[in-house]
Design a protein around this ligand. Structure first.
Ligand SMILES: CC(C)(COP(=O)(O)OP(=O)(O)OC[C@H]1O[C@@H](n2cnc3c(N)ncnc32)[C@H](O)[C@@H]1OP(=O)(O)O)[C@@H](O)C(=O)NCCC(=O)NCCS
Length: 177
């Protein structure tokens, strides 16, 4: 269903050139009620600032930004961030797994997640971690893609509307799969 949509890495220069598109995806996610660190009223300038803050790490190879590109614009993102600790050269985190509302439930999230896992493997990062709101679409996606629940933290984060939500932590050991 997502034929014609390319999933690929963006380098820092292209990410900078496409900050508006990246910002639109993040603003859309917050507006959809997704618990992705930000609150209602989150504005495009704030989303641009978030992505701007990711650029140096991408340029240094400390994180990778993967996107889905329909040829007209970017429609989904995922970020793989290497653990910086000297004792964790095998570990990384997944974040900002976001698909534009109009493109959801077409398999794009699963495609991007697989691509992020492949990128992690290529980087020698075989133990992956992430967290997501308990019971959210992300929660269902990660289970579907073979991630293992670590546990649930009650009242871990505010949803965009200011109400408290639980967070479920997951891991995936690529060395074991
Ligand atoms: C989570 C998110 C990235 C999923 O992207 P997506 O492209 O819609 O997901 P996919 O179409 O690849 O779904 C793959 C599988 O995940 C599960 N899934 C995903 N979204 C679901 C939903 N809303 N309801 C039920 N199952 C869902 C299903 O098993 C689905 O397979 P199926 O369609 O064959 O049933 C998307 O809903 C999103 O951007 N949400 C807002 C941001 C967010 O919360 N991100 C996670 C933060 S950690």
């Amino acid at each position: 269903m997502t034929a014609g949509i390319a999933v690929r890495a963006l380098d820092a220069a292209e990410a900078e050139a496409r900050l508006d598109e990246l910002a639109e995806i993040l603003v859309d996610a917050v507006a959809s009620g997704a618990s992705v660190n930000f609150l209602a009223g989150f504005a495009p300038e704030q989303a641009r600032a978030f992505w701007q803050g990711q650029l140096a790490g991408i340029a240094r190879g400390e994180r990778r930004l993967l996107v889905a590109d329909d040829g007209q614009r970017l429609v989904a993102t995922v970020v793989l961030t290497h653990a910086p600790q000297p004792n964790a050269p095998h570990r990384a985190e997944i974040g900002k797994m976001l698909v534009l509302r109009e493109r959801r439930r077409q398999g794009l999230g699963a495609r991007l997640l697989c691509a992020a896992e492949e990128a992690a493997r290529a980087d020698g990062r075989t133990l992956l971690l992430l967290d997501t709101e308990t019971g959210s679409a992300g929660d269902l996606l990660y289970r579907r893609c073979g991630w293992t629940e670590i546990g649930r933290v009650p009242g871990h984060a505010l949803r965009p509307d200011g109400s408290l939500g639980d967070t479920t932590m997951f891991y995936k050991d690529l060395a074991a799969s």
